[in-house]
Design a protein around this ligand. Sequence first.
Ligand SMILES: NC(=O)c1ccc[n+]([C@@H]2O[C@H](COP(=O)([O-])OP(=O)(O)OC[C@H]3O[C@@H](n4cnc5c(N)ncnc54)[C@H](OP(=O)(O)O)[C@@H]3O)[C@@H](O)[C@H]2O)c1
Length: 338
Amino acid sequence: MALGKSVNVAVVGVTGAVGQEFLTVLAERNFPIKNLRVMASQRSAGKRITYCGKEYIVEDLANADPKGIDIALFSAGGSRSKEFAPKFASAGCIVVDNSSAFRMDPEVPLVVPEVNPSAIKIRPKGIIANPNCSTIIAVVPLWPLHKRAKVKRFIVSTYQAVSGAGAKAIYELENQTKEVLEGKKASPNIFPHPIAFNLFSHNSKIGDDGYNEEETKMRKETHKIFGDSTIRISATCARVPVFRSHAESINADFEMKISPEEAREILSKAPGVKVVDDREKNYFPMPLETSGQDLVFAGRFRRDSSSDNGLAFFISGDQLRKGAATNAVQIAELLLEE
Ligand SMILES: NC(=O)c1ccc[n+]([C@@H]2O[C@H](COP(=O)([O-])OP(=O)(O)OC[C@H]3O[C@@H](n4cnc5c(N)ncnc54)[C@H](OP(=O)(O)O)[C@@H]3O)[C@@H](O)[C@H]2O)c1
């Protein structure tokens, strides 16, 4: 489908954490919108949303007619994507989906523009999937290193912000923090355990192999994005009491030797990455500094002392921006260039 200069865009899940970020990112990047439509559940239908100084009425996704929409940015959860993304696509629009519903579908490209932009071209279902947030944040700095020295194996441990679980999880951390400071017991609702002054293994289902869904996504999605399923990956994902931006520790083994200096040099020129690496000041990537940013910060480069061709480093990226909205809007920009 050839898109004109200015297009009709729908933001589906507009009242959510990612949906709100979509509006910020679209406005910031001056995305050429002819007509904007905003959708969420029946609960939000009729609410007013402001975008670039203009008010829009939230439509109930269940009753929304997708005719005339060119690009739909979906962030309303997997079951809504499964039900509505194919309907929107058959009405002629291209869906960029943030959920996990289609990520592993062989007929749906899984795209990180800094890594595999040309994958968007083959989309027989009219759907393009945005990868999992932790995966996007890991692959942006890993890809340039992979191109130089070929990653054979990596171990990743994540420290994931609560907003990764949606808007309600942000209030949960806020409320629990107040409760604990007032001497009360923290009352979990969204998460299975208290998150204030605590951390726990990622709140996704655990499979027979002992890995939770988030960890499995990191492995399988990286294989699909890199087009290389021989890379051996083991992830440990944890939820931490941080409002926004994930952090990840990565230990990667390469086919060829790559020094910390070289990795720093490669990543200082890599798209989507900012090197933050000051040993003297003990200053490295931090969620507070990546919040609201599109770049993945990378630092703490050092030889992995447990491996011959190993490199250890630490990264942080805003999972609502690069891990979700920004990546999807970048995909939409690639569609405009077609
Ligand atoms: N949060 C992240 O960092 C992140 C990162 C990557 C991907 N994602 C994915 O993005 C999606 C949204 O996540 P989120 O964090 O933005 O969640 P959220 O804050 O809970 O927002 C969910 C959105 O979905 C809408 N929704 C829920 N049920 C609906 C229904 N039956 N029909 C129509 N709309 C419905 C909600 O509308 P109402 O307000 O009307 O209920 C809201 O707009 C999820 O698939 C998530 O896995 C999230």
